[in-house]
Design a protein around this ligand. Structure first.
Ligand SMILES: CC(C)(COP(=O)(O)OP(=O)(O)OC[C@H]1O[C@@H](n2cnc3c(N)ncnc32)[C@H](O)[C@@H]1OP(=O)(O)O)[C@@H](O)C(=O)NCCC(=O)NCCS
Length: 344
């Protein structure tokens, strides 16, 4: 489809009410790099196994002094700067994370205080790896309805605190980081429009990916610690299968809502859980891998932060042209999934 025609269709999909734009993005990765060679010294694994089975070569690990709110704040400052929005002008902050600093207060409140965003309402959002996309939809609806003007959406994780460093089947997969986006009304047609988001879930599959201990079902005790119940447990093969199916469905649904098809897509920013998942989704959607932005080799799976960081890296790389159609697709524990369409 020609760009002008695409723009007309997309405008029609977005223009029913108050259009919403991504006014700025930012991300932050902790300094410390943990390589596959480092992991070879910790568990019975090899660089070759990790690279061929997952595509991951290294990941970032936050320091002991850094919690999720610190990673979030660093990413948020960069996004606010790029957006030219002052923290005091934020009406809402959504922090999507499965690794909050603590159970209460929510991480959004901690970020609000650090930024000095006095008038912002604050949310913590639990949708595991799909959290950033869920957050974009929450923010989009607030801005679209006119209830808020500026919403800061963050996907941030310190997964290293919930990783079982004795379990080779999971510890090689995860990393820490944070990404952020500032949403604002697009009344003057400045572009970077967040056109639509679809989100979904299937709680019937909750057992396949979880952190069983530390909640009200199994409160922290000597027993839960002994049984390593506070770490991420995953049935990898099953998760893999559902991830491919639901990412394809979500991507197609989101495009359909805007009157577009996969042929119109210029860039795909997928959740970065496993290169083989991404390859399988790319093949089924028939979108060449050269259009997929990948950072899994450097970052591993950062859950809610993955797509947020990747999106920021892509748009800052200067490779995205005005009018390009970007598709974000996510999948995670819950199970949850989602996809967003952006026209740059
Ligand atoms: C976790 C994952 C990489 C495992 O890859 P896989 O090809 O499914 O591998 P399996 O779990 O079937 O294990 C195959 C073998 O490798 C072994 N293995 C597992 N982890 C290993 C490691 N780090 N190093 C070496 N061998 C390992 C297993 O023990 C198993 O050995 P066995 O055949 O002797 O029992 C893959 O299933 C996956 O990526 N799943 C989805 C992850 C995901 O998306 N999670 C988050 C969702 S948001």
């Amino acid at each position: 489809m020609k760009k002008a025609e695409q723009r007309r269709i997309v405008e029609a999909a977005a223009g029913l009410d108050r259009p919403v734009r991504i006014a700025g993005t930012g991300s932050y990765l902790p300094e410390r790099v943990l390589s596959n060679a480092d992991l070879e010294k910790m568990v019975d694994t090899t660089d070759e196994w990790i690279v061929t089975r997952t595509g991951i070569r290294e990941r970032r690990i936050a320091s002991e002094k850094e919690a999720t709110s610190d990673l979030s704040t660093a990413a948020a400052k960069r996004a606010l700067k790029q957006a030219g929005v002052a923290a005091e002008d934020l009406d809402g902050i959504v922090v999507a994370t499965m690794t909050p600093d603590m159970v209460m207060p929510n991480t959004g409140c901690l970020v609000q205080d650090r930024l000095g965003a006095r008038k912002a309402a604050c949310f913590g959002l639990e949708a595991a790896c799909s959290g950033f996309t869920y957050g974009l939809e929450i923010g989009r609806q607030f801005v679209r309805s006119g209830a808020m003007d500026h919403v800061l959406v963050i996907g941030a994780e310190k997964l290293s605190s919930f990783t079982d460093w004795q379990d080779r089947s999971t510890c090689v997969l995860f990393g820490d980081g944070a990404g952020a986006a500032v949403l604002a009304p697009d009344q003057d047609g400045a572009g970077h429009r967040l056109i639509t988001t679809v989100i979904g879930a299937n709680g019937g599959l909750a057992d396949l990916l979880k952190v069983p201990g530390g909640g009200s079902r199994r409160p922290a005790s000597a027993e839960t610690v002994h049984e390593r119940q506070h770490f991420i447990k995953m049935a990898g093969r099953e998760v893999f299968k559902y991830a491919v199916t639901e990412m394809c469905n979500a991507g197609r649904d989101a495009l359909k809502r805007c009157g577009l098809t996969t042929e119109d897509v210029d860039w795909v920013v997928p959740h970065q859980a496993n290169i083989r998942i991404i390859q399988a989704v790319a093949e089924r959607l028939k979108v060449g891998l050269e259009k997929w932005y990948l950072n899994i080799d450097r970052c591993g799976n950062m859950s809610a932060a993955s797509v947020a960081v990747a999106f920021d890296e892509l748009v800052r790389s200067g490779r995205v042209q005005s009018g390009d159609i970007l598709l974000m697709i996510v999948f995670g524990g819950g199970f949850t999934w989602g996809a967003s369409v952006v026209q740059w």
